[in-house]
Write a protein that binds this ligand. Structure first.
Ligand code: ZN
Length: 277
């Protein structure tokens, strides 16, 4: 049997609203509940954004803290990952959540175009966030929205601005950024292996590409990211019933390739994280 597969669930994100799928959890209590269902279904990592009462993006530490506390209580061992992502957030506040010491946080190592905005990650901001992650012992998940971001992460690891081993996520099928092309994924994996032999990787596919990319990840030896942040539908005919249903689907896809979901303890070991508190 090959390496157990870490199933990450991105429960909320900054884009989908209740009007897109009423199952999108936007308030801390529902976020904890939705994470718990995903955990029971096989997720070992939760990627968290928080929202204001009106569902707009927030950087509020209290909200991040509430979700983390609930997840730690109800989902023992699960890896808590906060988003430092930019959509709809004041750049200066994007790192505020790091002092709460989640296990991990996302870190985009470059800028690119998104469907309707420029996703701005100036070099100074990237280093500032990376430095805070070292300060608070938070492992970054490198978000590679295009190829250059892999090389930037590698350079930063060489400078000591990022700790090895790296964990890299290739984000595919965001309009105006990188498409979901298997050749592109395979090239990024081979570059990663060449430059950062100890790195682990995962890929995300947006919308209908979630399922396709999940399948490539399971087949090519990576981990899986799913969840309503990236895709609110189960298939073309209906919405997903919740994050748990997308995790169940990921488990089925992994099984097709002879892989089983990692337990939380295994996921921590694979990612060189500290054991659960
Ligand atoms: Zn996110």
């Amino acid at each position: 049997m090959s390496t157990p597969i870490i199933i990450a669930c991105a429960i909320t994100g900054s884009v989908p609203r209740k009007k897109d799928n009423p199952a999108v959890p936007t308030q801390p209590e529902e976020q904890v509940e939705s994470t718990h269902a995903a955990y029971e279904a096989g997720a070992s990592l939760v990627h968290i954004h928080v929202r204001n009462d009106d569902e707009s993006s927030s950087s509020d530490q209290t909200r991040f803290g509430k979700v983390m506390e609930g997840v730690r209580k109800h989902c023992p061992g699960m890896i808590v990952q906060f988003s430092t992502g930019g959509r709809g957030r004041d750049p200066k506040a994007r790192g505020d959540c790091l002092s709460l010491r989640p296990d991990m946080a996302s870190l985009a190592t470059g800028s690119c175009n998104f469907p309707s905005i420029i996703y701005e990650n100036p070099v100074e901001l990237i280093y500032e966030l990376a430095e805070k992650m070292i300060q608070y012992d938070v492992k970054p998940e490198i978000e590679a929205f295009d190829l250059s971001m892999i090389y930037k992460a590698h350079a930063m690891a060489g400078e000591g601005a990022l700790k090895r081993p790296l964990y890299i996520q290739y984000v595919m099928a965001i309009k105006n950024a990188m498409p979901a092309r298997r050749q592109a994924l395979e090239f990024m994996i081979s570059e990663t292996k060449d430059l950062e032999p100890d790195a682990q990787w995962v890929a995300a596919g947006i919308g209908r590409y979630q399922r396709v990319v999940n399948d490539w990840c399971a087949e090519l030896g990576g981990h899986i990211r799913t969840g309503l942040e990236d895709n609110v539908r189960y298939d073309k005919d209906r919405l997903a019933a919740g994050n748990h249903e997308l995790v169940q689907l990921a488990v089925e896809i992994a099984a097709k390739h002879g892989r089983r979901p990692a337990t939380c303890a295994e996921a921590r070991e694979i990612l060189s994280l500290r054991p659960a508190a």
